[in-house]
Design a protein around this ligand. Structure first.
Ligand code: ATP
Length: 235
């Protein structure tokens, strides 16, 4: 579904991605694991068109998408939930969700997706008229995910959905990610919480200082001593 080959991305003179290659197959949950600053968010931004790669290719459904405008990429079926859940604080929950569908014209489909998002996140239904800036951190995360789903993506890019959330809420968010996947959406998940990420993923890539240093099935990586020491708390 998505193939990234030998990708190099720079911020000015700083090279954040150094020849990254990876593949995502339809229906999978793939997770990217790595320390702060490893380049995980940069990779998601390059895929969703927020950053232009300097070299390398990104192919989605057999089409090159590297360097295309973010709007074009959303239209092709890739949605990105950025780190830090940027919702529009002065707009209501419902207005934020509407914005997620702004490139669509299929009114019936949009209505169905509103229902689907409210089913996945009943909390958002209760608070649909509330200003988003007054939502809790967890609710804002739900809204950011809900807004991305309103574009009806085939591939959903999630950047640190568990960040700053209480453990119980982290569990809920991960359960919902699995549910979204089971209804046909492929997922690329960036997480610091490697334990949780590997528990729901099919496969994983480990990124260190801009390079993929290890990849495999989630169970292989769960068993790897290197991963246990570096990312799973050494257990
Ligand atoms: P984190 O989990 O901390 O977000 P990450 O793996 O997502 O880490 P990135 O945000 O992709 O890491 O950052 C990769 C590298 O690029 C880091 O060294 C970072 O300092 C650098 N970087 C990121 N954004 C910029 C920017 N706007 N300008 C300059 N350098 C940047």
């Amino acid at each position: 579904m998505l193939k990234v080959e030998e990708l190099n991305v720079y911020y000015g003179n700083i090279q954040a991605l150094k020849g990254v290659s990876l593949e995502i197959h339809q229906g999978e949950i793939v997770t990217l694991i790595g320390a702060n600053g490893a380049g995980k968010s940069t990779l998601l931004k390059a895929i969703s068109g927020l950053l232009k790669p300097k070299q390398g290719s990104i192919t989605y459904m057999d089409q090159p998408i590297g360097g295309k405008a973010a709007q074009t990429i959303v239209k092709q079926g890739i949605s990105h939930v950025p780190e830090g859940r940027r919702v529009f604080a002065n707009m209501t929950v419902e207005e934020n969700l509407e914005l997620g569908a702004f490139l669509r014209k299929d009114k019936d489909g949009i209505r169905q997706d509103f229902e689907r998002v409210y089913e996945l996140f009943p909390r958002l239904l209760e608070r649909r008229k509330q200003l988003s800036g007054t939502l809790s951190g967890g609710e804002q995360q739900m809204l950011a995910m809900g807004r991305a789903l309103m574009a009806r993506p085939k591939l959903l890019l999630l950047d640190e959905p568990s960040m700053g959330l209480a453990p119980l809420l982290v569990k809920t968010i991960f359960r919902i990610i699995e549910e979204i996947n089971q209804t046909g959406t492929t997922i690329l998940l960036v997480e610091q919480n490697a334990n949780m990420a590997l528990s729901i993923a099919n496969r994983a890539y480990v990124i260190e200082t801009g390079r993929v240093v290890l990849s495999g099935t989630a169970s292989e990586l769960n068993e790897s001593d290197q991963i246990k020491m570096a990312y799973l708390g050494g257990h």
